[in-house]
Design a protein around this ligand. Structure first.
Ligand SMILES: [Zn+2]
Length: 152
């Protein structure tokens, strides 16, 4: 039993909603993102559950289990129905911004952990040191690259 998102989580609270075979032998962030998309965007016709979301668990095999987090996935180890270890896996999140001047939408992919840091008050240049000023401007104001070129 572990504490997560402010409440107790026990694998006993979980119910198997869907089962299918995967061809991948290696579990990558891409594979997890694919699974996430499968149960949010391209849901199988015979799937009767809700969209895959925070606090759901993806069970790959006896040793590979993933907890769906607010920003990514956390690898969890389950023994005797108790979660005994957790390891956070970084996921890129897609941010959609609407330009306040022209209404155009800009999509930007950011590291989920860095995004969370920024949301929690870290200065944007510290949270995303690898981004250029234009990309940061999109995140802050939504101004698209074209309008930024006109305004600044
Ligand atoms: Zn614009």
């Amino acid at each position: 039993m572990i504490k997560k998102l402010g409440h107790e989580l026990s694998i006993n609270d979980y119910k198997l909603m869907y089962e299918y075979d995967i061809e991948d032998t290696e579990i990558t962030t891409e594979l997890l993102n694919d699974i996430y998309r499968k149960f949010n965007v391209n849901r199988p016709e015979d799937f009767r559950g809700h969209s895959l979301s925070v606090s759901d668990v993806i069970v790959i095999d006896d040793t590979e289990n993933y907890f769906v987090d607010r920003m990514g996935f956390t690898k969890i180890l389950i023994q005797n129905f108790n979660i005994i270890s957790m390891e956070h896996i970084i996921k890129n999140v897609g941010i959609k911004k609407t330009c306040p001047l022209c209404g155009k939408t800009t999509h930007i992919a950011v590291n989920g952990d860095d995004y969370e840091k920024w949301q929690n008050g870290t200065l944007i240049q510290r949270a995303f040191p690898y981004m250029n000023a234009e990309e940061r401007e999109v995140l802050i104001t939504g101004l698209c690259y074209d309008c930024q070129a006109k305004v600044f």
